[in-house]
Design a binder for this molecule. Structure first.
Ligand code: G6P
Length: 624
């Protein structure tokens, strides 16, 4: 996600924060900016869309590196000793110079950078606009800067203004701000987005992630939620949202740079699997209002939903599997006929498109060529299009009539994990939104929202299955073939589980609805063949148990993924993995993908495969 850097001390602060952003580049971003104080006490700001080099060119008037001279601290130019910098991965508003951070308050006194999402920014923006504020960007960050400025205008110190402002904001965010009126400090705040303080000798700094700090210090403080940090040259103070001091608890980091980028995990894939509880929170952020209603601002107006008679979901790979989940929900919940197409087939399949249909494009990268071409075909045919996309500013996001972002943060591992979970959640939000608009009988929005709100925690519990899964992976690392089976939504998730194993562990898989086994695939079951059953759906559990027996009767070894509280497979399957249950069959099935992702990961690891970059595959496929 976005990168944060801040520094105060004797070095050239702009060089330090620029270098810190460089060290966060691996996380992906689409614009960058820096603000610094010069000796005269003026704030300078430089922001550019594009890569850091673009910012560097403006800063140093050379080839984009500090060594090329000119710029802050260059010959005859003041060395700045306080700077903040940000690399932005667009969420609210496209990747433009204007939307890049830092942003300022109304009076130009306070500069602010921000990671995360401020859920109530539209309400705050409305209040500010009514009080005469105007805005230069489309970002929630600028709104936050104005809120801080409003508090600061009351004559309090900056930390107090930040503290009061944070109390007015909802969401998951981390801020760093400084003021030209208080030149010897900067202030940072955290609420659910990562923020790390680095402690130095006569210098202190802050960043969104440890790799940025490692060249400067290895003594770091992981700032907790609802804390404000005040950084001066000779010290750092922490306080809570009541303004009470909180002790600083630092720890020593001895990771090398590569390990630090992966957050201490051995591979990005494992890191991304573990990020899923936060990704769930991120996908829901700002999309459920105080009254427990789904709020999707980015979609069509209500009259359009009344008009739509059919949905076509078009996608590739993992995103296609998320599309299958979407079909399950749209038909179950809304009785809205839905088809799912592989983008590559859709293009040349001469699709029959009702003028009242909606085409939904699901894509992590937003750049997959087949999906983009299918989108252009729909546009030519004047079909309404909606994107469910992770990368803001990507081609699919730009070209769809409307786009809902999955807000999963950059995904680096080629095999998709967290993006899938976020895609499935956004499709659920979409289904609930339509149900709200159409007042679909029998849909309990309150219950669905309560289930969604509890989902991140359930994912956390689910990840505790890791050791059990690892032991199974060790046992089956030599498997020549693995079955992935299930019914209803479990069958769709099973396909995704199979894809993970194929992609990264190079093990052939047979994925099929469990009831279809007897029509062919069962012939492949031999003594010891592993079959992983998704068995979370209570409505068809008895049928699933029968299918388990069929596999076992041919010598198969069954691992069943079911829900806590269900004992129908205890003592039946050779191994049972239980995920926390909720009322929603959709969410139960979705949760079962986590142990399947972990299984693929640990099999690949046991086999010594190149996990993050599997052979023959690419993260973003921009060829036909
Ligand atoms: C590639 C990636 C997959 C991804 C698919 C679709 O095959 O390796 O992880 O699911 O493309 O990509 P998209 O960016 O459109 O979701």
């Amino acid at each position: 996600m976005c990168g944060i850097a801040g520094y105060i001390g004797p070095r050239n602060a702009v060089e330090v924060v620029y270098d810190q952003l460089k060290r966060l580049e691996y996380r992906g971003y689409d614009s960058a900016g820096v603000a610094y104080l010069n000796g005269g006490g003026t704030i300078h700001v430089v922001k550019r869309a594009g890569k850091l080099g673009e910012l560097g060119k403006v800063l140093w008037d050379g080839d984009g590196t500090p060594e090329s001279g000119g710029g802050p601290g260059g010959e005859g130019i003041d060395v700045p000793h306080l700077a903040i910098a940000h690399s932005r991965w667009a969420t609210h508003g496209g990747p433009t110079d204007e939307n890049a951070h830092p942003h300022f308050d109304r009076y130009g006194d306070v500069a602010l950078i921000h990671n995360g999402i401020i859920e109530n920014y539209l309400d705050l923006k409305g209040e500010l606009a009514a009080a005469g504020h105007s805005f230069e960007s489309e970002t929630d960050t600028e709104v936050a800067a104005h809120v801080i400025g409003q508090e600061y205008a009351k004559g309090v110190p900056l930390e107090e203004a930040v503290r009061q402002a944070v109390r007015r904001m909802r969401g998951a965010f981390a801020f760093v701000a400084f003021s030209k009126r208080e030149r010897d400090k900067f202030v940072a705040a955290r609420n659910a987005s990562p923020l790390i303080v680095g402690l130095g000798q006569g210098e202190n700094m802050v960043a969104s992630d440890i790799p940025a700090l490692i060249p400067y210090t290895r003594e770091v403080v992981a700032v907790e939620d609802d804390r404000i940090a005040v950084l001066e040259r000779d010290g750092v103070r922490l306080m809570d949202l009541e303004g009470k001091p909180v002790p600083l608890e630092s720890f020593h980091v001895d990771w090398d740079v590569e390990a630090a980028e992966k957050g201490g995990y051995e591979h990005f894939m494992l890191k991304e699997i573990h990020e899923q509880p936060d990704v769930i929170r991120g996908a829901l952020a700002g999309r459920i209002d105080d009254k427990g209603r789904v709020r999707l601002d980015q979609v069509f107006g209500d009259h359009v939903w009344q008009d739509i008679d059919r949905v076509n979901i078009i996608a590739c790979g993992t995103a296609y599997h998320a599309g299958l989940m979407g079909k399950f929900l749209f038909e179950r919940l809304l009785q809205l006929p839905t088809d799912v197409f592989f983008s590559s087939e859709f293009r040349y399949g001469d699709p029959i498109l009702s003028p009242k249909s909606l085409a939904v494009f699901v894509s992590q990268s937003g750049e997959t060529l087949d999906s983009l071409a299918a989108l252009r075909l729909c546009k030519q045919r004047r079909i309404r299009t909606l994107g469910v996309v992770n990368v803001v500013g990507s081609s699919i996001a730009r070209e769809c009539d409307r786009t809902v972002f999955t807000q999963a943060g950059p995904e680096i591992s080629v095999a998709s994990t967290k993006a899938y979970t976020a895609q499935c959640l956004v499709l659920m939000l979409l289904a609930l939104h339509i149900a709200q608009v159409k007042e679909t009988p029998g849909v309990r929005i309150d219950e669905a929202v309560a289930d969604l709100r509890a989902f991140a925690e359930k994912a956390e519990v689910c990840l505790r299955l890791e050791d059990e899964v690892k032991a199974l992976a060790e046992r089956f690392k030599g498997a020549p073939l693995v079955f992935f089976l299930g019914r209803n939504a479990d069958a769709h998730v099973a396909r995704e589980g199979a894809l993970k194993l194929k992609e990264i562990a190079y093990i052939p898989t047979q994925e099929s609805p469990a009831g279809e086994m007897k029509h062919g695939p069962l012939a492949l079951v031999e003594q010891g063949t592993l079959a992983i059953f998704g068995a979370t759906d209570a409505d068809v559990r008895e049928k699933t148990v029968s299918n388990v027996r069929e596999v076992q009767a041919r010598g198969g070894f069954v691992v069943a993924v079911t829900t806590e509280g269900d004992d129908s497979l205890d003592g039946v399957a050779e191994a049972v993995l239980k995920v926390p249950a909720s009322r929603s069959a959709y969410l139960n099935a979705l949760l079962s993908v986590l142990p399947m992702q972990l299984f693929a990961y640990y099999v690949a690891k046991a086999k010594g495969c190149e996990i993050d970059q599997p052979r023959n595959l690419a993260k973003s496929v921009t060829v036909e």
